[in-house]
Design a protein around this ligand. Structure first.
Ligand SMILES: NC(=O)c1ccc[n+]([C@@H]2O[C@H](COP(=O)([O-])OP(=O)(O)OC[C@H]3O[C@@H](n4cnc5c(N)ncnc54)[C@H](O)[C@@H]3O)[C@@H](O)[C@H]2O)c1
Ligand SMILES: [Zn+2]
Ligand SMILES: [Zn+2]
Length: 329
């Protein structure tokens, strides 16, 4: 089969590689679409993936083309989305229902061959069967949405909360859609890129601004979510959490990013600072929410490109052009 292969950090090529063969409890999927995100850039830059070459692609959905001998409940022709998480099930954290902190953490498209290929193998346990109303080419959005759902799982939910979201990329926009449905009093979005902000406005945020200074919020915000990973945004956001409020670090900062906190204010204002990492028991719920129309794929997906454009798509994402870019192998 053909696959996009990160041969060594910084080098990507379309190569002929062996077709995957399903293990007993696995299926082989022909991806209809695979999304590109920051994780793919990290892999391209030589981080995250433990070894090269690697076929990237962890946001995928498509049709089952082969099933292993022990697979039940799935058949060739089924349309499915694939949760890329491969938890070991037997480590300290897996035993405590924290599989996303697995000590033997692995993932399809990060540590093993991913969906940027004509075929990809996946455990039956990782599948979400798509309802007929949800096209596989849109269902690649389930994985990033499942990360956003996990983010909401660590947030308090109090009706009439005010939300401040930094970043109006795919993830910030997904957080906006979830916040809108959580009974928020307001959802404000900050981004430096006016084009990105235009989408946040189109999706009905309360305010879309290039600096939070433009917002009138004398008590700060109940929930502040960083979806940038940028030190400047995180620093600014931490200072805007209101009394009893929560700051969620969702964006992936660089390893050496440092931001000061004010312990006195955290004590005095009873502020919670928390993080959320990838998917934890949130994949099926994200699938159900996407099927129920929580977000409009025609707005979230800005580009659909063929597999041969994988390298171009990575460059385009790095430049911040468009929104979710999907490769259709
Ligand atoms: N925690 C998780 O599970 C998880 C999952 C997926 C992605 N992420 C991370 O979430 C972040 C957002 O993902 P994305 O796909 O939307 O990325 P993206 O690059 O498309 O969007 C980031 C946005 O932040 C904006 N931005 C950058 N610096 C800013 C600043 N100082 N102030 C305001 N806005 C600023 C950019 O203009 C851009 O629009 C990334 O760091 C990504 O790695 C985390
Ligand atoms: Zn991703
Ligand atoms: Zn584990």
């Amino acid at each position: 089969m053909k696959a996009a292969v990160v041969v060594t950090p910084g080098t990507i090529a379309i190569e002929e590689v062996p077709d995957p063969v399903p293990g007993p409890a696995e299926v082989v999927v022909r991806p209809a679409a695979v999304g590109i995100c920051g994780t793919d850039l990290h892999i391209m830059d030589g981080e995250f993936a433990p070894a090269f070459p690697i076929v990237p692609g962890h946001e995928m959905a498509g049709e089952i083309v082969a099933v292993g001998s022990a697979v039940t409940g799935y058949a060739v022709g089924d349309q499915v989305a694939v949760d890329p998480s491969l938890y070991c099930g037997h480590c300290y954290y897996c035993k405590r229902a924290r599989g996303n902190q697995c000590e033997n953490w692995a993932a399809i498209g990060v540590t093993v061959s991913g969906g940027a290929a004509e075929f990809v193998a996946a455990p039956m346990a990782n599948l979400f069967k798509l309802p007929p109303t949800l096209a596989a080419r849109d269902a690649a959005l389930i994985e990033p949405l499942s990360c956003a759902v996990r983010g909401f799982d660590v947030l308090p939910r109090l009706l009439a909360s005010s939300y401040l979201i930094y970043g109006s990329g795919t993830m910030g926009l997904m957080m906006l859609e979830l916040a809108k449905r959580s009974g928020a009093e307001s959802v404000s979005v900050v981004d430096l890129n006016p084009e990105r902000l235009a989408t946040a406005s189109r999706l009905g945020c309360s305010a879309a601004v290039t600096s939070a200074d433009e917002l009138v919020a004398p008590r700060g915000f109940d929930v502040v979510i960083d979806c940038t990973g940028a030190e400047a945004a995180i620093r600014d956001g931490l200072g805007r959490v209101g009394r009893g409020g929560t700051f969620l670090q969702f964006g992936v900062a660089s390893y050496d990013a440092r931001v000061a906190i004010e312990p006195y204010e955290i004590y005095r204002r009873e502020i919670t600072i928390t993080g959320s990492m990838a998917v934890l028991h949130s994949f099926d719920r994200a699938g159900q929410m996407l099927a129920a129309g929580v977000l409009d794929p025609s707005i979230f997906v800005s580009h659909r490109l063929p597999l041969t454009s994988y390298a171009t798509a990575l460059d385009q994402f790095r430049r911040g052009e468009g929104r979710k870019i999907l490769i259709e192998p």
